[in-house]
Structures are given as C-alpha cells and as structure tokens.
Design a protein around this ligand. Structure first.
Ligand SMILES: [Cu+2]
Length: 394
C-alpha cells in the first residue's frame, strides 16, 4: 500500500517536471500575434504612427467624449462610427503602409506601418557613386527641418528618422530628392520633436512604386562605398513651438434649426480656455456677434449658444473660436478676446445656414396654449362671479 502511494507520488512528480520542462518550449514557439492599442482622444490618434508586424491587430479605443472613426484612406478598413467609450479592432494580414483618418474630422490622421519592425538595410544597393547627407543642428521651423545638402546616386528620398536610443528609429517625414546634388531640402515632420531631441536625416532609394515612399519596404536606406548608411544625426535646438499646438483648434457644426433662440455646436476643440461665438453673416463674412458661450481647453461637445436676436430661415451664422484674454471670464470683443487662428493662419470657424425651422412651431403652439389658458381662466372667473351673485340673491 505504502509502495503504491509512493509510486503515485513519483508519477505526479515526474508529470510536474515534464510540465515545467515543456513550458519554456511553448514560449520559444514563433512569436505570437500582438494587439496594439491606439487611443482616440482630444481629436488625435495616439500614437499617430504605429509600426506592427503582419498578423498583429490594432485596437482603436475612443477615450474622448465625441464619436470618431478610423477609416483607411484606400479602403482597406473602416471602423464606422466609434462612439465614446467604444473600440474597433482590425488585424493586418499584409505588409505595407496604411494611412487612415477620422471621417468626421479630417484633421485627425494616422498611419499603421505593417512589416519588419526593425529597419532592414541589408538589401541596400552596393557602392553608390557619391552619396552624402549634410545637415546641421537646427530648430524645427513650421514643423519642418532643412537638410543643407543631399547628394544622391539615384532618385530617392531624404527621410527624417527619430532618434531611438542613439540609432535611427521611426520615420517622421520624407522628401523626394533627385540624382545628384540637392540643396536645402525641407522635411515636414509628422510630430513635434522637443528641444534637445535628435533626428537622423537618412538617404533612401526610390524603388518599388516610384514616387511613393515605401519603408519598411522597397525604399531601403542607401549605403556608401564603405558600407555605412548615408545619414547624419542632428539635434533640435529650439522647437517651432506654438503653431503645432494650435493646429488642433477646431469647430464642428452642421446647418441647423434655431431652437429656443439658440444654436448647438456639435464639437469644439480649444487649445486653451476661450469662447465659441456666433457671428452673423454679413456679405459672406462673419459680422456682428449674436451670442457667445465659454469653452474650456480641450474637447467640448454640444455647446449651446443663445442668440440675442432671431435669424430667418436661410440666414447664415459663423460659429467661431475666440481666446479668453484680458479679463478672464469676461467676453471682450472687439478687444482682448481675439479669434483663434490655426497653424495655416486661418480663423477657426465654420459657416452654417439656418434650416427650415421647426423652431417656430413649438413657439406658436406655446402661445396658443397660453391664450387658451388665459381664456379658460377668464371664463371661470366670470362663471364664479355669476354664481356668487346668484347665491347672494338667494
Ligand atoms: Cu473624429
């Protein structure tokens, strides 16, 4: 009996050892597909650019109060409306670069790059005639850097890689360059780089689809005769600052009926506390102010502006974003509370038309009701009076 118990014990022990021995084997199996998350908040996809491997899934999570979408610009995927708190997942089964945007707010854009996670310069063409990149430390101006000189052995690209632990990492932007010398080539960056941040302007070839930047993909980095990638590390000396932050300011509003003497602004994004202001249209441009409502920095939804006067059906209004300066909390315009401009220098506003107004109907109905009420009250009073007189007579 004791012997049997012992052998059962040994069997259990052996099984346990086998289990532990097998576990690491399972772990060493081919890399499992991953799910990476893109957060949607404050009219932005974060991260804006994401690199994954074939077979991975991207999950877009809407953490903001507004409805957004993740819609591929070339029809590969479309989330449809993702309401606040909801999410959408898509599994990428082919390599490539997939640009997408929010179909409700075209300022919201992102890119999913599917392929080898690490840059693969292995296939770089051998010795090039003369190839060189020269760029100095510099500030980011208007969201771009300038590469002083690019010498290319064939038509290609100068790409700005972000520094990741001292080596070139993800691509923030690229500009086409021609064979030979290219001077003062500007590269527009897709995201801010703080002062002290480092970038690697790097020469790539243009292969695969000519005129389309494909990396990871056909447009591999160029190597010089010594086998070194043609690139140079630079440091950002002073960031361009404000314009990038203000680029997000936005007003989203549709044509609508006036209800209770007010209009509703579907969404406002303000980079700082301010006002959403209803300007009356005067000859196609925003004119006098009919009303204003304070908005906080960030995203605001369904902001109601009460109008100081009626606007006929077909009349036009310009909801416009203003800052709150001067006396904070007091609307001063003309004055300190000037309109907000976006990065391109355009005032953040949108023209809307007052549509056929069901607004008038409840009002008319309301008046009818109150007239009827007054009439009934009068009838009651008179009837009451008559009754009292008759009672006194009795
Ligand atoms: Cu959106």
């Amino acid at each position: 009996m004791a012997r049997r118990i012992r052998s059962v014990g040994i069997l259990a022990l052996v099984s346990l050892i086998a289990l532990f021995a097998l576990t690491p084997l399972a772990g060493a199996a081919p890399r499992a597909a991953e799910t990476k998350t893109v957060t949607i908040k404050d009219f932005e996809f974060a991260p804006k650019e994401l690199t994954i491997n074939v077979g991975d899934t991207v999950k877009w999570e809407n953490d903001g109060p507004s409805t957004h979408s993740a819609t591929s610009t070339n029809g590969v995927f479309d989330s449809g409306a993702i309401a606040a708190g909801e999410d959408f997942s898509f599994t990428f089964t082919t390599a490539g670069t997939f640009n997408y945007a929010c179909k409700f707010h075209d300022i919201m854009q992102g890119t999913i790059t599917v392929g080898a996670a690490a840059p693969a310069p292995a296939a770089a063409p051998a010795a090039q005639p003369t190839v060189a990149v020269d760029a100095g430390d510099q500030p980011v101006v208007d969201g771009a850097i300038t590469v002083a000189s690019v010498t290319a052995g064939q038509d290609g690209w100068i790409a700005a890689h972000l520094d990741e632990n001292g080596a070139p990492g993800k691509v923030l932007g690229q500009t086409a360059v021609k064979t030979g010398d290219n001077k003062d080539v500007k590269i527009k960056l897709s995201e801010d780089v703080p002062v002290g941040g480092k970038l690697w302007p790097m020469l790539h070839i243009d292969a695969g689809t000519i005129g389309t930047y494909e990396f990871p993909g056909a447009d591999v980095p160029v190597k010089d005769a010594a086998g070194n990638i043609v690139m140079k590390q630079i440091t950002v000396t002073a960031a361009g600052g404000a314009p990038a932050a203000e680029a997000k300011d936005a007003v989203e509003v549709d044509n609508q009926a006036i209800k209770n003497n007010s209009i509703t602004i579907e969404e406002v994004y303000a980079s700082k506390d301010g006002w959403i202001v209803a300007h009356l249209d005067e000859n196609g441009a925003p004119g006098k102010v009919l009303g204003h409502t304070a908005v906080k920095a960030g995203e605001s939804k369904d902001v109601v502006i009460t109008l100081s006067e009626g606007v006929p059906v077909g009349g036009k209004l310009w909801p416009m974003l203003h800052i709150d300066a001067g006396t904070i909390g007091t609307y001063e315009f003309p004055g300190a509370d000037v309109p907000v401009k976006d990065a391109a220098g355009n005032i953040v506003m949108k023209q809307i038309t007052v549509t056929a107004a069901p607004a008038g109907l409840p009002k008319t109905g309301g008046e009818d009701n109150s007239l009827a009420l007054i009439f009934s009250a009068l009838v009651l009073l008179i009837a009451g009076g008559l009754l009292m007189r008759r009672m006194r007579r009795v």
